[in-house]
Design a protein around this ligand. Structure first.
Ligand code: ATP
Ligand code: ZN
Ligand code: ZN
Length: 826
């Protein structure tokens, strides 16, 4: 039997499967999706079996056998292997990148080389101390350990490897393995153990205690736990084992990230009318077992989560599994609690704040069938379930569902594809859907079909959406108020303090940077390698580049004019916090931003404190805008609504509207009514006025007309190609050449037509132009943007255009990066 293996080599050219012989003994275990170690160019590399065949076009003698099979269960299922092909086609990424994205980091195995003495053993010519160490280590040592210990003998070791005096073996070693714990089992029946315990002589009192403790527990106990509980030393417990009363065995123990918490069980709530209607449609879709995508457009506080929960229950009842994606930052204990409370241990949680061991074990719960619900951030879309019935994407408009590094996939699109494979339903939920999703979902359904747009217009319990007041900050300044707080927000905060209610303050930090500026000459510190300002870190007083990591000490004098009037704008939130304490002495503020949430669980801790009303104000960046549900929050303030409006991003208005609507939705979700104060320098902008009126449709109409005029999604689709090189002239000429190639190919297909011309199928190529960040890590950057409309296989076209520039073009070191459906054009 022959296995087709995608091998973990970075080079693009090798992105095709290689044939390997399956050794006979391995045959029953090798499947599509198996992870294997294979010989490759003198090394052993990790690879994935993507298919099996009877024969190979390679000659028998050139066919090498698979060196090792790495897992008991293949980490990938055939549908994921197929999905990786779709991903590499659609996103122009390599197949191995797509496959690696699907498995936990723990399984990204690395080659480990070991050496042992050859046939002459210790009589070879190597230095005696080195030989002694190898022998003392059992005859086999890791090559890197050997070289680390005896760097002075590096060349002798290499020569010995060539001559055969040292022999090398290679194997793949995982970064992490299953955790096993030595566990004590009772090895006789309990009555016999009790009798034995009675007969222990006094000097074996500790053994007796340990045995009684184990009997009392009634189930096997980890050795250490038993020792601690009974006061017996491990040696006493081992003595019990020697007597045949107990047995010691290694038992697998998962690292459960929520193991130390218990979640109170919850029952399904009686649904409101709006919820029930939507739930009915989702249920019918689940019963139909045909792939279907729906948009649950529900205002903030309309009870979307309860609809998710009951839909998942219905899915599980039919014997299928469910995946729930939520944005990384809303994966708070509050969210996890809702799912664990309803489905208990059937829930596996995946997100990047878990340790890699915890992630690995949660993933294995899914793979082994112990969990039926996976809740997690973006990459949980690859949860290895065998029969998916439902995929839910909460806050579907969030840009974090798009991965910014290769493979540059969008979890929403992957979800739709996976649902097709499984005949599953997809529910996209949001109060502020992305324009693309809304446009797709609001198409008029065909006869006999149910609509894809499921609205929930009212909050649970008929609670009103909060009153939103927009304050014109220019007016404040004209009237002499130079503070960052308007008089309105100031008095609203004072009210809350008086009444003991809570407030959420949002500092919109997109496009807001913490930089250093000289007030005398306007000098700002920028990175010497990248064209962006350095960010000031107050704690360490260091200026750092967020793209390349370049760091330098903050100057005390302006490097340009020597003025001492150089000012650090501390992180925006820090400044707001200082101002708050000045205005309201004694106010308790919890600040949530990248600085205060970098440690594991810090995010959770802060929210927990706020939920327990240990602070008056929760102040933060985007992180405070989503998913929070606290009953005593009655005021939401937005410090500056429009900092994100003026970014060079065609989604700037959409993002601003979404952020304002989301954060306003945090107020008045329970008994107490809510109020929102939005401060703005552009209060007449439609993103702000429509958010003020909670009017998604009005925003949509306005935004769609802009998009139509400018030719942006959803009226067309985009591909962004970024090219970079150290030498500007070379980069310029290569990117011109590439753009010309693209245009020529599109012309040849008869597609090179202006999008404004109303052609059903058309391509426009923009650029090349210098990227918004025109230099990064000493490389200049140019970009081309492709706009296209209609069913065009754009990825194939791009790949074809790339060919002359990436394959075999001698000396061409320009790097190309392709982003299909980009979220940010930087
Ligand atoms: N049928 C119901 N009966 C009573 N309370 C409900 C019902 N459904 C939801 N709730 C409660 O209403 C509140 C809001 O629900 P939920 O958080 O799910 O809203 P949401 O639509 O997800 O809002 P957001 O988009 O703002 O996160 C929660 O406290 C929830 O427990
Ligand atoms: Zn200066
Ligand atoms: Zn830099």
């Amino acid at each position: 039997m022959i296995a087709k293996v995608i091998v973990d080599v970075p080079s693009r050219q090798n992105d095709r499967p290689f044939d390997y012989l399956v050794p006979e003994g391995m045959e029953p275990w090798i499947e599509c999706g198996s992870r294997v170690g294979v010989p490759f160019g003198g090394r052993v590399l990790q690879g994935f079996v993507i298919g099996l065949a009877e024969s190979s076009s390679l000659e028998g003698s050139r066919l090498k056998p698979i060196a090792e099979l790495l897992d008991a269960l293949p980490p990938l299922l055939p549908d994921l292997v197929e999905l990786s092909r779709w991903m590499s086609d659609k996103y122009c990424c390599s197949r191995i990148q797509a496959l690696q994205a699907m498995i936990p980091a723990a399984l990204k195995g690395k080659e480990e080389r070991k050496v042992s003495l050859g046939e002459y053993g210790e009589s070879c010519g190597l230095p005696p101390e080195l030989l002694e160490w190898v022998s003392a280590s059992g005859g086999t040592v890791r090559l890197d350990a050997l070289l680390e210990r005896y760097p002075q003998y590096t060349s002798a070791v290499k020569a010995a490897l060539r001559s055969g005096d040292l022999q090398q073996t290679s194997a793949i070693r995982d970064r992490l393995s299953v955790r096993r714990v030595l566990t004590v089992f009772l090895d006789v029946d309990p009555a016999a153990a009790a009798t034995a315990a009675e007969q222990f002589p006094p000097r074996a009192a500790k053994q007796r205690l340990a045995l009684l403790c184990l009997l009392e527990r009634g189930e096997p106990m980890p050795l250490q736990e038993l020792a601690a509980a009974s006061g017996a030393a491990a040696s006493s417990i081992k003595a019990l084992a020697d007597k045949g009363l107990v047995a010691l065995r290694e038992v697998e123990k998962s690292r459960d990230p929520y193991g130390d918490r218990s979640f109170a069980a919850t029952e399904p709530l009686p649904l409101t009318e709006g919820q029930d209607k939507v739930y009915g449609t989702i249920r019918r879709a689940l019963d139909g077992a045909k792939a279907r995508t729906m948009l649950l457009h529900g205002v903030t506080g309309s009870g979307k989560t309860e609809v998710y929960l009951q839909s998942i229950r219905h899915c599980l009842d039919s014997g299928r599994q469910a995946i729930v994606l939520v944005p990384e930052i809303s994966l708070t204990p509050q969210m996890v609690e809702r799912f664990k409370g309803r489905f208990g241990n059937a829930v596996a949680v995946l997100h990047s704040r878990l340790s890699s061991g915890e992630r690995f074990d949660e993933w294995r719960k899914i793979r082994s069938g112990a969990a039926q619900v996976a809740i997690g951030a973006r990459s949980a879309i690859f949860a290895p379930f065998s029969s998916i019935g439902l995929i839910i994407i909460d806050e579907e408009h969030e840009s974090s569902y798009k991965q910014e590094e290769s493979p540059k996939y969008h979890a929403r699109d992957v979800a739709v594809r996976r649902a097709m494979q499984h005949g599953a339903a997809v529910v996209l939920g949001s109060a502020t859907p992305s324009l693309e999703t809304y446009a797709a979902a609001s198409r008029i359904p065909a006869a006999g079909e149910e609509p894809a747009l499921l609205p929930m217009r009212d909050r649970v319990g008929g609670r009103p959406l909060p009153q939103v007041e927009v304050v014109d900050m220019r007016e404040e300044l004209r009237e002499g108020n130079r503070s960052m707080f308007s008089r309105k927000l100031h008095s609203a905060l004072a009210d809350r303090l008086e009444r003991g209610e809570q407030s959420v303050l949002l500092l919109n930090r997109r496009g807001y940077s913490t930089f250093v500026m000289c007030r005398s000459c306007g000098y700002t510190s920028t990175c010497p390698h990248c064209d962006i300002s350095l960010t000031f870190h107050q704690k360490t007083r260091v200026l750092r580049c967020h793209y390349c990591g370049h760091a330098e000490g903050a100057p005390s004098k302006c490097p340009s004019c020597e003025s001492e009037n150089i000012r650090y704008f501390g992180t925006g939130t820090q400044r707001v916090e200082e101002e708050l304490s000045k205005l309201f002495p004694g106010i308790k503020v919890i600040r949530m931003d990248v600085d205060t949430t970098s440690q594991k669980n810090s995010h959770e801790k802060l929210l927990k404190q706020f939920g327990e009303r240990k602070a008056d104000v929760l102040l933060g960046t985007q992180m405070v805008a989503k998913g929070l549900d606290f009953p005593y929050v009655t005021l939401v303030g937005v410090i500056a609504a429009d900092t994100s409006l003026h970014l060079p991003d065609f989604r700037a208005a959409e993002r601003t509207f979404q952020l304002l609507t989301q954060v306003a939705g945090r107020a008045g979700r329970h008994q107490l009514p809510g109020e929102v104060v939005v401060q703005s320098y552009a209060p007449e902008h439609y993103a702000i006025t429509t958010a003020q009126q909670h009017d998604y449709e009005a925003f949509l109409r306005e935004e769609l007309s802009h998009r139509a005029n400018m030719g942006y999604p959803p009226y067309c689709r985009l591909v962004l190609i970024t090219m970079s090189h150290e030498q500007l002239p070379l980069l310029a000429s290569v990117s011109e050449g590439f753009a010309a190639e693209l245009r020529a190919l599109a012309e040849h297909e008869g597609l090179l037509m202006p999008l404004s011309g109303g052609f059903p199928r058309a391509i426009e190529v923009l650029g090349p132009v210098s990227s918004p960040i025109s230099r990064m890590k000493d490389r200049y950057r140019f970009q081309c943007v492709i706009k296209y409309r209609g069913s065009i296989d754009i990825s194939s076209l791009v790949r074809l255009a790339l060919k002359p520039f990436t394959e075999g073009a001698a000396g061409n070191t320009v790097q190309f990066s392709v982003d299909v459906d980009p979220q940010v054009i930087l």
